[in-house]
Design a protein around this ligand. Structure first.
Ligand SMILES: *Cc1c(COP(=O)(O)O)cnc(C)c1O
Length: 360
């Protein structure tokens, strides 16, 4: 069977060269005589894989030396609890609500201390990322939490919010390694890997060293960043296979020219889709222009039946998983790193043809 263009929000497409490399090494990795899936995580072969994966991610993202890189489990959702447990030293944190995931993170944090909403775009159905300045935050907050790219609504911060001396914590699950970011502007970055980095099962945490080591006593060992950092992410069995796959993805990004080139490709894909959306009136893009995501593009016809027809007919053409999130409706095209330009070209061609065939 032929591979389709998979617009799923996650798990999502992986680069074809990565899948092919993984397939070639699937049964026998190097001279180990076994699959990476069968290896002890304490074996020299796997030790080399995880060490290399970390070194490559540091190179890809230009992560400063005073940051720890952790390969964890539990998904981004587990970080909703791990962040307050580790960072809420004074039991105070401020959250910006820009969508469902940041709201979930906020609700989880409320279990652990005094948590305030610094800004929210809920009233406008999260169609933009709310603006803030330093005065939006409590000076004694332990951190400010944001979701950098809102997967469900298709919005993203076009800048890094200024929080002064308060550490900024960002959920980057759906935009990590899509473009260069200045890691030094953040206290902590976390991401579930299954959107843009690897298969499901891996969560990456990048955290400034001075922010760890103060976890509250009741913190489960598995959520204690210090314990994980001291053990090289191998306090227990790490998600070995997704770490190996992430390493292949980092190698692929470096092979094409790193995040500068990745950004160019992603911008080109997003521009093709947004330019088309802006030049017609059959489909509407519900989010504000200045908050548009480069990774998740949402659009609607304005007619729920037509939206449904669109998603099912597109799927029949090999353009899969375009149905919007159940809470938003309409369509969502997730065009992560691994989505080729041709996939977006095919999508735009289909959109034109569908509009011509289904007058409103
Ligand atoms: C998908 C997603 C999550 C949830 O990730 P899990 O790994 O399933 O827990 C959280 N935040 C954002 C921004 C996401 O896109």
């Amino acid at each position: 069977m032929q591979r389709v263009y998979n617009f799923s929000a996650g798990p999502s497409m992986l680069p074809l060269p990565v899948l092919e490399k993984a397939a070639a090494d699937l049964v026998c990795y190097g001279d180990s005589g076994m699959s990476v899936m069968e290896m002890s995580h304490r074996s020299p072969a796997f030790e080399a894989i995880i060490t290399e994966a970390e070194a490559l991610l540091r190179q890809v993202m230009s992560i400063p030396d005073n940051y720890k890189v952790l390969f964890l489990q539990g998904g981004a959702s587990t970080q909703f609890a791990a962040v307050p447990l580790n960072l809420m030293v004074n039991r105070k944190a401020d959250y910006i609500l820009s969508g469902q995931f940041s709201t979930k993170a906020y609700k989880e944090a409320q279990k652990y201390g005094d948590v305030a909403v610094a800004a929210s775009s809920k009233e406008d159905n999260f169609s933009f990322v709310p603006a803030t300045d330093r005065s939006s935050f409590r000076p004694d907050a332990d951190y400010v939490h944001i979701c950098f790219n809102n997967t469900i609504y298709g919005t993203k911060y076009p800048y890094i919010p200024d929080t002064g001396d308060i550490p900024l914590v960002a959920d980057m699950s759906s935009c990590i390694i899509s473009e260069p970011v200045d890691v030094s502007r953040f206290g902590l970055i976390y991401a579930g890997a299954q959107k843009n980095m690897a298969p499901a099962g891996l969560t990456v945490v990048i955290v400034r060293e001075d922010l760890i080591g103060n976890a509250r006593p009741e913190t489960p060992a598995m959520l204690d960043y210090k314990l994980m950092a001291d053990n090289g992410s191998m306090y227990n069995t790490p998600p070995c296979w997704p770490i190996y796959m992430a390493k292949l993805v980092y190698e692929w990004i470096l092979s094409i020219g790193g995040l500068e080139e990745m950004k160019k490709r992603n911008e080109k894909k997003a521009a093709l889709l947004y330019d088309y959306l802006d030049g017609q009136d059959y489909y509407k893009a519900p989010v504000r222009k200045e908050s548009r995501s480069m990774m998740n593009v949402t659009f609607v016809t304005g007619d729920a039946d037509l939206d449904k027809k669109f998603a099912s007919e597109a799927a029949a053409e090999g353009l899969k998983n375009l149905k919007g999130h159940r809470s938003v409706g309409g369509m969502r095209a997730s065009i992560y790193n691994a989505m080729p330009y041709e996939g977006v070209e095919k999508l735009v061609a289909f959109m034109k043809e569908f509009a011509a065939r289904n007058p409103k």
